[in-house]
Write a protein that binds this ligand. Sequence first.
Ligand code: FES
Ligand SMILES: [Fe+2]
Length: 349
Amino acid sequence: MAYLKNAWYVSALSTEVGPVELFHRKIMDTSILIYRKEDGVAVALHDRCPHRFAPLHLGKRDGDQVICIYHALRFDCTGKCTHNPHGEGRIPQAAVVRSFPLEERHGMLWIWMGDQPADLARLPDFGPLDEGHPHGVGYTYMHMKANYELIIDNVMDLSHIDHLHGEIITTRGKLSPKVPQIKEGARSISARWEWEQTPAMLIFADHLPQPKEEARHFFDITWTPPANIQLSVGAVQNDGALDLANCVGQYDLHTTTPETENSTHYFFATRRNHIEDDAGYNDMKIKAMHAAFENEDGPVITAAHEEMGTTDFFSLKPVLMTNDIAPVKVRRLLSKLIKEEQRPDALAQ
Ligand code: FES
Ligand SMILES: [Fe+2]
């Protein structure tokens, strides 16, 4: 499976990696060890000892160093071998573990898996997740037995929400007939829907002045490589702008990281702009969203993945409708970026 390698993927939520544990996760078919140094800064190494390939996460820590469980080679946080307890203690030249650039931003640990130098300019800015009350933001992680592009398709095509999801986010049939406005950038695809419904989407209705009356709504979603979708949604009952500054709404990030061709790490974050200081509501909200992905989106995506028997979506000659415009544009742009990266001269760019 070809992945876009020279890009930032989320390896873990910040909260998943504790201060002392040796956390491990497979990313794009490669086992990765993540741990926090004593100063709290997280680092990533190939989770494989170069001697006899024991996973390093099975070993133990000594300060910022890791000792392999099998024959006790010791490595520092850059992957350099610092101690060999065998024979005369000579350190073999090949005793090096690959390290991966890791950056902690927006409550997530972003990893660079490519061979080109890590490019911080390519690390997306999802700053609004960090701005506001700590109880106004929630994070969750799901493991999905499906190819990551199917999960991107699902978020880029929101027309499924009235058909697959429950009452809580229904648009009362208003969204499916709409064809979103699409914007294409050199490295982005955006889609926007606007509609009215009565009453408002139930997640927002009680926070509007007239919960039972009509409200104008919008969805704004933007995909950026490799696999991030920033989604904003809101509702309003005044004549002002249809944006998050004027609406009751939320700023979400869906981001997926391939584990293998057939499985995906799905990370989700949501910041709302109403009752931001309510810890109980915050907890309920992230649990409800997690449950919707796990019980509603997850089963159908997984079943479709199994039914397809391939990750070459277009080879199956899918029926394409107006609601597929945004996801198909994302698939085409991602595939173009992957092909460009694989060109023999790509390293020189
Ligand atoms: S496998 Fe790690 S020291 Fe032997
Ligand atoms: Fe969904």
